[in-house]
Design a binder for this molecule. Structure first.
Ligand code: AMP
Ligand code: MG
Length: 400
């Protein structure tokens, strides 16, 4: 079987992603990280009126060359009267500019004495006025459907008076760990030949960071019967089942055969390092993704293939982040046949971002992920010299 390029795997899984159609109305305060189900259209102009960008004096620019009596005082929240001819209004930041005024002069450039203000410096029409609707115009789309709400988006929605948003129901994702060697921290003693189940925790974190529901299905023993039962139970509880391990072709690897029996499955040898075996299919109406077992491979294949798939199911419009550029502070002497995702730390230098490679890149070494902040993408068939440009993906962009 020839190796499947990552980009090809990604376009195949995205083509198979059926977005969740159920929606929920949630208070805006609880909407962080959720996905807008509909465009939000503004019914108002923001700001709703021309207002002052400064503490100072509102006046007519053409009259600024002469001393002007101060005819009124307009604090934020108040509404002034139309500006009398040849006069100025004391005004404060955020207060509506009175009818007739066309400029605000900041108070540092004004002197007020016995109720009359004189200004220094040039004054032009429009100065220090924030025009009505300059942020958002009535009828404009404030944020589109498919948008993952960030903190600033919550503020933006509030600025148009929104207090409830319609979001896509968070995806339910079941996680099943395969392997007789696995011990659960805090529950199982570490027997001889055993290792702790780290994948369950990595995936719980990755899913919760995506604001998806982590449906914990524990560890399944390496037998055909246990695997089949666990897969059916998981499928009944979730929109997507993710397994780790057991998708190689060894006789202890039951996931592939059981998913094939219960639903449908494509098994790919991905041209990816770390990684390689990856299964994608369905059990009934539930999507299925079989990740490799090695903890670093789990992280990388989840971030590069499973995450965009899940985000597409969640209704997110842009499911995968775009890479940035950095300079390699390492060499790759021998070109590989798989696209490699090196765990690197980006450091700020005078020459720009430098990608420093973590020493041990073994797929079993999870420290390589914890002690890095990016993945450097090394395409198959390429060598790298120090100083060469490489594409990098920020882990922060992949883990939220
Ligand atoms: P497998 O694909 O099942 O052959 O697993 C590949 C490697 O990953 C083996 O060394 C497993 O012990 C290890 N592994 C599998 N699942 C987990 C897990 N949940 N946590 C930590 N290591 C795992
Ligand atoms: Mg196994």
């Amino acid at each position: 079987m020839s190796l499947l390029p990552v980009a090809e795997a990604l376009s195949r899984v995205l083509a198979g992603a059926r977005p969740v159609t159920e929606t929920l109305d949630v208070p805006l305060l609880d909407a962080l990280g959720l996905v807008l189900a509909r465009d939000v259209i503004s019914t108002i102009d923001v700001p709703p009126m021309d207002n002052s960008a400064m503490d100072g004096y509102a006046l007519r620019a053409a009259e600024a060359g002469q001393p002007l009596p101060v005819s009124q005082r307009i604090p934020a929240g108040a509404v002034g009267a139309p500006l009398a001819p040849v006069s100025a209004a004391r005004i404060f930041t955020g207060a509506p500019v009175p009818e007739g005024a066309d400029a605000v002069v900041m108070q540092e450039n004004c002197t007020e004495e016995s109720g009359t203000v004189s200004v220094t410096g040039d004054v032009h029409a429009g100065q220090n006025i924030r025009p009505r609707g300059q942020d958002i115009a009535a009828g404009e789309t404030v944020l589109p459907a498919g948008r993952v709400l960030r903190p600033q988006d919550m503020g933006l929605l509030a600025s148009v008076g929104c207090d409830t948003v319609t979001v896509v129901r968070p995806l339910r994702v079941a996680v099943l760990s395969t392997g007789d060697e696995l011990a659960e921290p805090g529950t199982d003693a570490l027997r001889e030949g055993g290792i702790y189940n780290s994948n369950r925790y990595t995936l719980a974190g990755l899913l919760r960071a995506l604001n998806m529901e982590f449906v914990d299905c524990g560890i399944v023993a390496d037998t055909a019967e246990a695997t089949a039962q666990a897969l059916l139970d998981a499928a009944a509880r979730a929109d997507c089942v993710i397994t780790t391990g057991g998708v190689s072709v060894g006789e202890e690897d039951h996931v592939k055969a059981q998913v094939e029996r219960l639903g449908r499955l494509d098994l790919w040898k991905l041209a990816i390092k770390p990684g390689k075996p990856l299964a994608f299919g369905s059990i009934g109406n539930t999507a299925f993704i079989g990740l490799p077992g090695n903890p670093t491979s789990v992280f990388v294949t989840f971030c590069l293939v499973a995450r965009p798939f899940l985000r597409a199911m969640q209704g997110v419009v842009e499911p995968a982040p775009a890479p940035l550029h950095a300079r390699a502070a390492f060499a790759v002497a021998r070109a590989g046949s798989r696209q490699e995702y090196l765990r690197v730390t980006l450091e700020n230098t005078a020459q720009g971002l430098a990608a420093c490679r973590y020493d041990n890149q073994s797929s079993g070494v999870l420290s390589s992920v914890s002690h890095s902040n990016a993945l450097a993408i090394i395409p198959a068939g390429t060598t790298v010299d120090p100083g060469d440009a490489v594409e990098v993906l920020l882990l922060d962009a992949l883990t939220r």
